[in-house]
Design a protein around this ligand. Structure first.
Ligand SMILES: NC(=O)c1ccc[n+]([C@@H]2O[C@H](COP(=O)([O-])OP(=O)(O)OC[C@H]3O[C@@H](n4cnc5c(N)ncnc54)[C@H](OP(=O)(O)O)[C@@H]3O)[C@@H](O)[C@H]2O)c1
Length: 266
């Protein structure tokens, strides 16, 4: 799949799911221009030297503009032709009774998970349309129902899921396909960053980052516009779809509230 792109741009490749996307890209097409936009660099034993690190805080509009200027010059030098893939993966959540831990953390979620995605995609889209390509955006199963104690996070993912689906429809027939990826709990740094202890989610309910990436790449190959990864997650989202919204919010609240005993001091 990665072989069909000459440029692969990943946000948040320093850790977790984004890191796995980069590792799969290196394996699938080491000759592509692979760029990572995050605050800390991508690191791996193999292939790290192939990846062009563009240090970027995706919560800041000026940083995204600067990163795009660097990206354009790299493309002009290393990959003048060929299809372009953009993987919008950077994101985080924060656990607590709103506005815990503070208002600025909640606004930061919107900056990275929503504004950062829209900003970078808007900048890259003319080139992707001109050369053909794909846009893959990591949403979440949190998008399928309100998520008390992760209220801002879940709402940010609902926004980005609907936005991605709408974009795919707008671009139908243009040579650009847009995929929203909805993982459920995945074993990454996400939970620690959200203020939860390791092991808050049982391994039987989690996927690995590699599983999420492999399922999403298979979905992209099939031309799908969205994928919920993992069969247990697919069942849960199906249930959410059939259950009245007020009831599903209650159920989600009782499930997510259980994490409360696992919170860490930040
Ligand atoms: N893990 C899960 O259970 C799960 C479930 C569903 C969806 N997701 C989604 O999957 C995506 C990846 O998360 P993950 O699970 O792999 O967690 P992770 O291991 O914590 O990785 C998060 C990535 O996002 C980047 N990021 C965060 N804030 C950023 C900022 N201000 N600017 C640039 N990059 C930033 C981080 O890079 P730097 O810190 O180096 O900047 C890091 O590479 C997120 O969108 C998350 O919402 C995760």
């Amino acid at each position: 799949m990665f072989k069909t792109f000459s440029v692969i741009i990943v946000t948040g490749g320093s850790s977790g799911i984004g890191k796995s996307y980069i590792e799969h890209a290196i394996q699938g097409n080491p000759n592509a221009l692979i760029c990572n936009l995050s605050r800390t660099p991508f690191f791996a034993q193999k292939g790290a030297d192939i990846v062009k690190q563009i240090t970027c805080d995706m919560s800041k509009a000026e940083a995204i503009e600067e990163a795009y200027t660097i990206l354009t010059s790299l493309i002009n030098v290393h990959a003048k032709t060929g299809r372009v893939m953009l993987i919008n993966n950077s994101g985080f959540g924060s656990y607590g009774l709103f506005p815990e831990p503070n208002i600025s953390e909640n606004l930061g979620i919107i900056d990275v998970n929503i504004k950062g995605v829209i900003h970078l995609t808007g900048l890259c889209l003319p080139l992707i349309k001109q050369r053909g390509g794909s846009i893959l955006t990591v949403a979440s199963t949190a998008a399928f129902q309100p998520t008390p104690w992760l209220a801002t996070y879940g709402a940010s993912k609902a926004f980005i899921l609907n936005w991605s689906l709408a974009l795919n429809e707008e671009l139908r027939g243009s040579g650009v396909n847009v995929l929203a990826v909805c993982p459920g709990p995945t074993a990454t740094q996400f939970f620690k960053r959200a203020g939860l202890t390791q092991g808050s989610v049982s391994p039987s309910m989690s996927q690995t980052a590699d599983q999420v990436v492999e399922e999403s790449i298979a979905a992209l190959k099939k031309g799908k516009s969205f994928i919920v990864t993992g069969w247990k997650n697919r069942l849960l989202t199906l249930f959410s779809g059939f259950t009245p919204r007020v009831l599903v919010t209650r159920i989600a609240a009782s499930m997510i509230a259980r994490y409360r005993t696992n919170t860490v001091k930040r």
